[in-house]
Design a protein around this ligand. Structure first.
Ligand code: F6R
Length: 597
């Protein structure tokens, strides 16, 4: 949430900053701004998108600057509240992602000392605080100012009194530095800078970096020098481009055959499954995550309990600490997160630190905050730019299947023959996802028929229940249609009251133990007027008798078919939203990577 960027080098800063901002726009898109250092600091900002910013900014000279794309927390979306924020003399400019918790108290003190504020944001206290304590050295003044601040920040500051430097700092919000030959880049996440360099330094909490033409110097808040590793990001820069697709979401849906191949690569052999981390044996597993990743966690429960016979609890990360969880060293806590930055998931992982239980994370973004708090299994989905998670979800499901098999084997709950059969099935998934994508026009045609509906229900049983929840989430977040997912067995306990003549219901009715029960549920809702779109296997000849429309997936093992149904539901949500003319990659009020609680 919110993207901060910066550049210092030998080229003109303005086009680089605009480009970096466009690449990070998925982190927030209600306002944007840049500050470029020439002899003085030139600031341009506006409500709206980065394109709006580009259209109001004249050509600016200067080879260093900072920029910001905002997702509003404190203060409405407006050009006044857009970053960068400046001090009274406009000699200091700051961009910030995070929340300054004690800003009211700081603001009052600064106003009493004569500072005049121009915005409603918490961030604006930072340039004023730096101005108030300025000691002719930007780095040490930023350090001093931060000692007075409570909260979270990834920030970049420039000063026309110290024009050849950018000072950046991090606490509980992501920040990465990119190192080119003679150019330096700052971004909230790696996908922003991949086009320019793959050599990066991830800043840790409590570190300050000074970027100048001589290089990067990193110290702790207390002034100790820190030696950092330069890491190389293996992601292909092209994977963060739209590559001719209308939207990142569609591109990422279509990437899934390759993504799943990559997720499995080197992790399956004739001996079964070999995840790179030694997964500790546990009396109980607790999975914690938010949103789509939480739905993956619910699926994880079904497969781990089935194959490894370990009890699994799945907890929404934002509630985890309020449960006051009872975890001990016999428990294994698994965080699932695409970004590795979700504040609530991160907080849950830290909560576990206190409890000393075992833990690891299933995560997509290398170098992200969570990866530094635990052992990790990477989903290897590559950069996911679409705000609606798609390929990260199926890659999480794929990792959970691998994990379930590995645990099942180690705990001797699966025979070698059983593991081999299942591994064989896993190897077919990519090809089957490709088959689903080849038939995308059927889903598109069906989506167009229902695109005007104002409500949808999704239902599934067993491992398809989390997929029904995910199908509903995908639809509501990008098309703004009211959509609920529920376990079909719960119908009679309440949701049946929602059925009226003509309501569309998506029923996942793929082969498996609950298939006949699903048909029974479909009958119940049809009898009450619902129009049912069934997701069914290719060889199912019965289903047509029960539903109004069928979306087919290839025949597959019932533990694997949820991945295929997920792809159909992603396509369905995409085409409905497209038909309604929604801004698919920039859904209303949402942004990727929720770094505030
Ligand atoms: C929905 C979506 C969100 C995320 C959630 C967790 O499409 O993307 O619900 O799944 O914000 O994000 P991560 O997985 O980055 O922790």
């Amino acid at each position: 949430m919110c993207g901060i960027v910066g550049y210092l080098g030998s080229s003109s800063a303005q086009p680089v900053l605009f480009d970096l901002l466009k690449r990070l726009e998925y982190r927030g898109y209600d306002s944007a701004g840049i500050a470029i250092m020439n002899e003085s600091i030139n600031v341009f900002k506006t409500k709206g998108s980065v394109d709006d910013l580009i259209s109001v900014t004249p050509d600016l000279k200067g080879c260093s600057g900072i920029g910001h794309t905002r997702w509003a927390t404190h203060g409405k979306a407006s050009s006044e509240n857009a970053h960068p924020h400046c001090c009274d003399t406009d000699k200091i400019a700051v961009v910030h992602n995070g929340i300054i918790e004690n800003y009211i108290e700081l603001r009052e003190k600064l106003i009493n000392s004569g500072h005049e504020f121009r915005s409603e944001t918490d961030t604006e206290v930072l340039p004023h605080l730096i101005e108030e304590h300025y000691n002719n050295d930007l780095e040490s003044t930023v350090r001093h100012a931060l000692s007075m601040v409570r909260g979270s920040y990834a920030l970049a500051a420039i000063s026309s009194n110290d024009p050849d430097k950018i000072v950046v700092a991090r606490k509980d919000s992501p920040l990465v530095l990119g190192l080119g030959e003679t150019d330096f880049f700052i971004a909230s996440d790696v996908s922003g800078i991949l086009k320019y360099t793959k050599n990066v330094i991830f800043l840790n909490d409590g570190e300050i970096a000074v970027i100048s033409h001589d290089g990067v110097k990193i110290t702790t808040l207390s002034g100790k020098t820190v030696d950092k590793n330069i890491e190389t990001i293996e992601w292909d820069a092209k994977s963060a481009e739209k590559s001719g697709y209308a939207h990142f979401m569609l591109k990422e849906i279509f990437e899934q055959p390759n993504v799943i191949r990559e997720t499995f690569s080197g992790r399956m052999s004739s001996e079964g499954v070999n995840l790179e981390v030694a997964v500790p044996d546990a009396r109980r597993i607790i999975i914690t995550a938010c949103g789509t990743s939480y739905h993956a966690g619910l699926f994880g429960r079904y497969v781990i309990e089935r194959f490894a016979r370990i009890p699994v609890n799945v907890e929404i990360a934002s509630e985890f600490r309020y449960i006051n969880p009872i975890v001990d060293s016999n428990d294994l806590v698994i965080a699932i997160t695409q970004s590795g930055e979700t504040a609530d998931t991160f907080a849950a992982v830290r909560e576990v630190n206190l409890e000393k239980s075992q833990k690891f994370s299933i995560v997509n973004v290398p170098g992200s905050s969570i990866t530094r708090e635990s052992n990790n299994i990477f989903t290897r989905a590559g950069p996911e730019i679409g705000v609606a998670a798609t390929k990260s979800f199926t890659s999480q499901l794929a990792v959970l299947l691998l994990l379930a098999v590995q645990l099942g084997r180690v705990r001797k709950k699966m025979s070698t023959a059983c593991v081999n059969d299942f591994v064989y099935e896993l190897k077919q998934i990519s090809g089957k996802i490709q088959q689903v994508l080849n038939e995308a026009h059927h889903t598109k045609e069906c989506a167009q028929v229902f695109a005007d509906s104002d409500q949808f229900l999704f239902m599934g049983r067993g491992a398809n229940y989390p997929i029904a929840l995910e199908g509903a989430l995908k639809l509501k977040e990008i098309s703004y249609i009211k959509a609920e997912g529920f376990p079909a067995g719960e119908l009679k306990h309440g949701p049946l009251a929602l059925i009226y003549d003509g309501i569309p219901v998506v029923a996942i009715a793929t082969e498996g133990v609950a298939y006949e029960k699903m048909l029974g549920n479909i009958k119940e809702i049809k009898a009450r007027g619902a129009i049912v779109i069934g997701i069914a296997n290719e060889s199912d000849t019965e289903i047509k008798k029960y539903v109004d429309r069928v979306l087919r997936i290839p025949d597959a093992n019932p533990w694997i078919s949820p991945l295929l149904s997920s792809v159909v539901l992603q396509l369905f949500a995409y085409y409905v939203a497209d038909c309604r003319g929604c801004e698919i990659d920039k859904p209303r009020n949402l942004a990727k990577s929720v770094t505030v609680e």
